[in-house]
Design a protein around this ligand. Structure first.
Ligand code: NAD
Ligand code: MG
Length: 383
């Protein structure tokens, strides 16, 4: 029996993970779960999965949860409890599915404890890629991507990297692939969150609409596959059937295809190197033609360009754009700023932030906080 710790159990990835667990109760057991404030859903999850630990990031939510529980689950709160369940000796696999930089410390704790980390929290790599990858290496942790593009590349590289020339991330282009730039200024949060293919949390849905999600994924790929920016390519593919491709210098290209459903990616991370049923329907190519591909528009999707710029600069620049993006997306979802202001705020924050090469988590967190302060200040002039 494999003991799972699910960080971000109430989210979109958390729910899909539990759907895979439900198909294989003889193989997987939920050892610990966490959420931010949503104690109501956690009450239901505790009743169904009877985990040993339930952690709420928010203290008041933990009190509420604790009052509602009738079983033996221990309720804890705060960031240190998240790290405790990630590194717990009884935890085998950690699903790192907290959204945003709040997920970084617990992902790192899982790496330091040598766990299998099923990494959905791409921010861990964007902010602290060097530190995180070193911890994985030093502690023999197993890092399996839980992002459809990176899982595709990981699967295509199972035969090794001999003769690898480049990897190519596919991008759906989100809801505004064909929307002219001058019409993007009046986009509402509801329109931005209506992704044509994938059902996801609100923050990552906006990131898909601006293509910052792809930008963060370029950085994620740089660390996961140890490749420089000029061996990472992006192609627009609105059907989201090819999840990504790997090009070799003998002219071969390998791609991974499937219906856009994260349960495929999650089940692969849970069963690797085997494969198990995920509940996802088999792909029917005849129902998806034609498959289309376009070159990305770096002017319209300025966030993608900014992410490449940050990767080229290296060091703190990547954490800076992530922090500015989190601030700006929250502002947009709160109707404080317009859709196109997101990229402008990120670009200005990048220009105004000091650039350095952090070597400790404390420096990474410092940079995250100072970049947020700068981004918030800049946002005032757009509100
Ligand atoms: P979501 O918003 O649906 O869920 C986020 C989870 O994190 C929730 O359980 C929430 O309670 C928890 N959380 C939020 N803030 C927290 C905080 N401050 N402290 C502790 N916990 C907190 O998000 P999601 O779509 O499931 O995405 C989760 C992660 O997976 C993100 O990093 C995202 O980029 C990545 N990802 C998601 C998808 C997808 O299809 N949803 C695909 C690829 C990668
Ligand atoms: Mg992705």
């Amino acid at each position: 029996m494999i003991n799972l710790t699910l960080l971000g159990a109430t989210g979109s990835i958390g729910q899909s993970t539990l759907a895979v667990v439900d198909l294989h109760p003889e193989q997987f057991q939920v050892f610990a779960i966490s959420a931010n404030t949503n104690w109501q859903d956690m009450v239901k999850l505790c009743a169904k999965y009877k985990p040993k630990y339930a952690v709420m990031a928010d203290e008041n939510a933990a009190t509420q949860l604790s009052a509602q529980l009738q079983n033996d689950t221990t309720v804890l709160s705060g960031a240190s409890a998240l790290e405790m369940i990630a590194e717990h000796v009884q935890t085998d696999y950690v699903m790192a599915a907290i959204v945003g930089s709040a997920g970084m410390a617990s992902s790192l704790a899982a790496a330091k404890a040598g766990k299998r980390i099923m990494l959905a929290n791409k921010e861990s790599l964007v902010l602290a890629g060097d530190i995180f990858m070193q911890a994985v290496k030093d502690n023999n942790a197993e890092l399996i991507p839980v992002d459809s593009e990176h899982s595709a590349i990981f699967q295509c590289l199972q035969g090794g990297t001999s003769g690898l020339s480049k990897i190519q991330l596919t991008a759906s282009g989100g809801p505004f692939l064909h929307t002219p730039l001058d019409e993007l200024d009046t986009i509402t949060p509801e329109q931005a969150c209506a992704h044509p293919n994938w059902s996801m949390g609100r923050k990552i849905s906006v990131d898909s609409a601006t293509m910052m999600n792809k930008g963060l994924e370029v950085i994620e790929a740089h660390y996961l596959f140890n490749l420089p920016h000029n061996q990472i390519d992006v192609v627009m593919h609105p059907q989201s059937i090819i999840h990504s491709s790997v090009y070799f210098n003998d002219g071969s290209t390998l791609s991974q295809l499937g219906n856009p459903d994260m349960r495929t990616v999650i089940s692969y991370a849970m069963s690797y190197p085997q494969r198990i049923d995920s509940g996802v329907e088999a792909l029917d190519l005849t129902q998806n033609s034609p498959l289309e591909f376009y070159v990305p528009d770096f002017e319209k999707f300025a966030c993608l360009r900014l992410a490449f710029d940050a990767l080229k600069q290296g060091g703190s620049a990547m954490g800076t754009i992530n922090a500015a993006n989190e601030v700006a997306v929250a502002g947009f979802l709160d109707n404080k700023i317009k859709f196109l202001d997101i990229a402008k705020i990120i670009e200005k924050t990048l220009t105004q932030s000091a650039h350095h090469f952090p070597t400790t988590l404390a420096q990474v967190i410092d940079n995250d906080q100072s970049s947020r302060a700068i981004a918030n200040e800049i946002m005032l002039s757009y509100a």
